[in-house]
Design a protein around this ligand. Sequence first.
Ligand code: DON
Length: 311
Amino acid sequence: MPDLAATIATIAADMASVTDRGKVADYIPELAGVPLGKFGIAVCTADGAEHIAGDADEPFSIQSVSKLFTLKLALDIQGDALWTRVGREPSGSAFNSIVQLEAERGIPRNPFINAGALIVADVIAEAHDDDRGAIGAILRFLRELAGTRGNPDETIQIDPRVAYSEAATGFRNAALANYMKSFGNLRRPVDEVLQTYFHQCAIAMSCRQLARATRFLSAGGEADGTAIVTPERARRIAALMLTCGHYDASGDFAFRVGLPAKSGVGGGIVAVVPGRASVAVWSPGLGAQGNSVLATLALERLAGAMGWSVF
Ligand code: DON
């Protein structure tokens, strides 16, 4: 078995010299200024070890990686009834596409595209009375998972400039939310749902914190001996990550990396290796479908070197 610490150190060193790093997301103006040269990687293994390299302790905007954690919270609230309001199929369309919603009567294809994540945000806002309650619940859950509760040096916060930037330019998300509201698939007011969603996307976390926060998905639903979800739910969330976690590039990611994973336009990707490890990688340059170019490449190399695959 190759040495994991040495493998990630080599990958981080190799990534430093890659010139084709993609393009930083600029449709959310506050993200446009993030330096393209950043790269971080963190791995938490089943035996409790942590390995990091590069900018692994630098917080970045988690964006759609948040959809993984909000899905877990919404499933706690609604159980399998959630699946009457959002599907479980890959969309084959861009993450912010509206096209399927008309023919499919306001029911998004899956919880990871923006429309699906807005339904999930609606469920959490309804359970916690409003957007403030929902955002508090999401932050508490992430701090608990990442083990930063009560540790002010490491605490997980929302970047208010990113949240404002998203709200000021989020016309497509507003269109998606209004469209689904017209079909009766949103229960709370549109603005409340959008505020919940914009703030969850604007949460800043480091690779180390994200790798810790996804341990439960690689360990049958448990973290530090506590059951976060049942083993069955952990498997099902991982199945959705594999089939839908990279939007219209999910097939290509499964082909190249072979692991369940979730990406965000901040350049983060989290991946789970069932029974073995959780991994978070960050590089802000994106490819055409909005997924980090170098984080994908690094995961492809890591999975290849370690022999990690679900297949
Ligand atoms: O709503 C948006 O467009 C962003 N806040 C999140 C999109 C995203 O991260 C897509 N992921 N690759």
